[in-house]
Design a protein. Sequence first.
Lengths: 337, 263
Amino acid sequence: MRRERPLSRGVILAVAGLLTLIIVALVPFVGMKSIGLRSLLHPERGSSDSFIFWNIRVPRLLVSVLAGSGLAISGMTFQAMFRNPLATPFTLGVASGASLGAAIYVRLGLSFSLFGISGLSWFAFLGAILSIGLVYGLTRVKRSFPTATMLLAGVAVSFLFSSLILFIQYMSGFIHSFRIVRWLMGSLENMGYQSVLEMFPFVIGGGVMVLYLSRELNLLLTGEEMAQSRGVNVKGVKQSLFFATSLMVGGVVAICGPIGFVGMMVPHICRLIIGADHRWLAPVTLLFGGAFLALCDTLSRTLIAPVEIPVGVITALLGAPFFLWLLLRGESEKGLL
Amino acid sequence: MVSDPILRLCDFSFELGGKAILKEISLSVEKGEYLSIIGPNGAGKSTLLKCVNGIYRKGKGRVEIKGKSLSAYPPRDLAKLISYVPQGDGSSVPFTVKEFVLMARYPHLSPFSSVSRGDREATFAALELTGTSEFADRYLDTLSGGERQKVLIAAALAQGAEILLLDEPTAFLDPKHEEEIYRILARINRESGSTIISVTHNINHATLLSRRILALKRGSIAFYGPSEGIIKEGILEEIFERSFRFLSHPQTGRPFVVPEWSL
C-alpha cells in the first residue's frame, strides 16, 4: 500500500513551489484574448491588453490562489482532526454555514465594513463559526462520539443551512435571488484588488495558525488521547484550529461562494505525494491548492469562451468522480489517512 | 529518609455520563515501583490510568504527582513526567516507526525549535531498548500486533517520563511476544528506574513482576497489597466471581493460579 518515497521531501516542496510560481506566471497570459509578453512591455496606444492583464486577470489570479490555498488547507486540517478522509469544509457543513451568513447579508441588503473588511466577509465568517460550533457542540453532548456520526451531524447541519438559504432565496426578489444563485455556484468572475485585500487577512491569518500547529496536527492524527498524553493541549489546539478554518472558509466563501471539492481533493493528492507529516504536508497543500484552483479557473474561462463556466462547476466535475473513487476504495481507505 | 510517593490518590472518585466509575480510590506509588492493576472488565482500570494521565480531568478528591496536584501541571509538563501506552485499538497511524517515536519528544520541543540531537538520541535509545530499530523505517500500519505494541512502548520511553502507564500491553499477543513485552518492561523498570503502572489480565505475570498489586472491582479497591497476598488468601474468587486453583510452579516452586476448569 505505502509507496517508498524516492524523492526527499525538501525536493518535493521546492518543486511544488516552483510549479506554483510557473502557473501563477503563465495563467494571466491565457484567456479569451491571449496576451503576449511584448504587448505588456511595449504597450501600444489604444490597446487594452495591459489593462486586461493588470486589472482583470492578475487580481483574479491572486483571488483564485488565495481561495484554493485556504480551502485546501482547511480540508487538510479537518481530515487530520477527525481522522477521516471525507471530512472537509463541505461535509462538515462549514461552507454552507458561511453561505448562509452571506445570503442573510445579501437578503438584508446590508452594506457596512469593519476594519476595512466588508460585512459580507464577517457574516460568512460568523456563519462558518456557527456551523462548526454546532457540529462540535453535538459531539460534546455525548462523550466518545464516533467520527462517522460526526460527519452525519455535519451533513445534517449542512442540509439545515442549505434549506435556510433556499428559504431566504424564496423570500427574496428576483435580483437578490439571482445574485444568491450565481454566487452559490462558486465563481471567480469580476474580482478586483479589493477582493484580494478582503480575502488576504483571512486566508493568511488562518493559514499561519495551521502551519504553526502542524506538529500538533501530526499528534492529533495518532488519536486525541494519544496526543493528550504526549502533552498536547488538545482542547485548546482544536479550538484554535476550528477558529483558523472558520476564518479561511468564511473569508473565501464570502468572496467566491462555496467552491467545492478543492478542500477534499488537494490534501489527498498531496498526502499521496509527500506523506502525512504536516510539517511538510501543510506547506505543499497550501501551494498546490492555490495552483490547482488557478488552473481550474483558467479552464472555466477558456473552455467554452466567451461563456464562462462557474469554477465551482469545474471543480465539482473533477471532484465528484474523485470522491466516488475514494468511497469505493473500500478496505484500502485507511491508506489515505 | 522517607521520600514523597511519586503518585498519590486520596479519596479519588470519578463519574462518566452520570455513572460512578471510580469510587474513593486511595493509593500511593513509590518511585521505581512496578504496580500491576487487575480486575474484571469494566472495573475502572483503564479509567484510573486516564485520570492519572490527565486525559480525564474533573474528578472528586486529589491526584498528586510528586507532591503536586495533577491539575497544577500544564499538559507539556505532565507529559514530561507521565507517558501512556493506550489499549491497542488498531486504528491507522500513517507514520513510520521512527517518525512516530520521534513525535513523542513533543513535550521537549518548543514551537520553533527543530528536533535536536538529544531528541534523536532518545529516540534511537528507545528503539534499541525495545528491539524495534530493525523496522524503524516501516509504516506502523504494516507491523504485526506484537511489533506495534513494542513501538508504542518505545514511543512512551522516548517521551522521557518517569512514570509509564500501560493499558493491557499484552492483550491479543501470542505467548512469545507477551514474554518479550514483559521482559522489556522489567528491564525498563530495573535499568532506568522508571515507575511502571500496568493494567493486565495476566495474574501470574503480575505477581511475578510487581511487588504490589491493586485489584479493582466495580470502581472500588478490592485488594491493594503485596502480590503474594492475592494468591494466598484466595481473594481472587471474590474479585472475579469464579473459582481458581492455586498451584506451585513445577520448576520454580512459586505459587501460581489457574482458573478452575468447569465447562
